[in-house]
Design a binder for this molecule. Structure first.
Ligand SMILES: [Zn+2]
Ligand SMILES: [Zn+2]
Length: 294
């Protein structure tokens, strides 16, 4: 089967963590992707060994699904957007991200979130599929979408993003610089405690300043992964590097550390690129793990 992308919006999915509400807003989901496209060490045969991946995360032939989605967090009157996807009209080298026109802001509205009411935008890292909706085109310029929000960045990932910019794809120029120009940007430590039960944990390797987000409320915990892993198959195959991992060995160590913590804490894990049922619990299984969707 060839890869296929959902044209229809997926029904809104919401999870409650103590007094916190977390909603997935989907930009796109692509199914039937050959696994070696993202994981050079993978094969369809190796994916098929993990039968629990079917049908939410893989098909019976061993092809995988991936989503691009943002999580909206509502807590104590605060509205937070985590990793706002690819965006529309951006010049990107991957054809399936280039010059798109997704109805993402409409889906955000359906989830009850108006851009001007967003207080905080958190980025696990600054790849093109995590900062896109921070800006939208107005005439010939890119302007902030979340006009009253503080947008958080780590120093290491800002440097990495600036250094990765090219004429063909300038994520810093079209999606980050305009937020700084508008005075809406804050540089934070990778272990920053943000209040309202939100805190960052460094989870570098995929990028140098990558962070994951812990949500704690009334004794319950959730973890938004970002890209320290991309697909639930990596719970069973934690050594599989993803093509964009900047430091594959550091990323492997981070995956094992974060998966161990997620299993030990019983946190609700929300996988940033997980398809169909993106939230679940991590179950330890010898020196590997499994993902049990909720
Ligand atoms: Zn990434
Ligand atoms: Zn990503």
């Amino acid at each position: 089967m060839t890869p296929s992308t959902d044209a229809e919006p997926t029904a809104t999915q919401t999870w409650i963590v103590g007094a916190t509400r977390i909603t997935s807003v989907v930009e796109s989901q692509t199914d039937h992707i050959p696994p070696e496209f993202f994981f050079p060490d993978a094969s369809a045969e190796a994916v098929r060994r993990h039968a629990w991946l079917v049908p939410d995360y893989a098909d019976t032939a061993g092809a995988i699904s991936l989503r691009v989605q943002a999580f909206v967090i509502e807590v104590e009157g605060l509205t937070v957007v985590v990793d706002p996807c690819v965006g529309n009209g951006k010049k990107r080298s991957l054809p399936f991200w280039h010059d798109q026109s997704w109805p993402f802001l409409e889906r955000l509205a359906t989830a009850g979130c108006a851009p001007e009411n967003v207080n905080l935008v958190i980025h696990t890292h600054l790849h093109a599929d995590h900062v896109g909706w921070d800006t939208r085109r107005e005439g010939d310029t890119w302007v902030p979408t979340f006009t009253r929000a503080r947008h958080l960045y780590t120093e290491a990932d800002l440097a990495y993003s600036k250094g990765s910019s090219t004429d063909a794809e300038d994520v810093y120029g079209d999606s980050i610089g305009p937020v700084f120009d508008a005075g809406l940007a804050d540089i934070v430590a990778p272990d920053a405690v943000l209040g309202h039960g939100l805190s960052l944990e460094p989870s570098d390797g995929h990028t140098p300043g990558h962070v994951s987000l812990w949500v704690e409320s009334r004794g319950e915990r959730a973890l938004i992964t970002g890209d320290f892993l991309h697909h639930p198959v990596q719970f069973a195959e934690p050594d599989w590097a993803e093509i964009a991992d900047a430091d594959a060995d550091a990323a492997r160590q981070t995956r094992r550390r974060m998966m161990t913590r997620a299993a030990a804490t019983g946190a609700l894990v929300l996988g940033t690129h997980f398809s169909t049922r993106p939230a679940g619990r991590v179950v330890a299984d010898a020196d590997r793990w499994r993902f049990s969707a909720v």
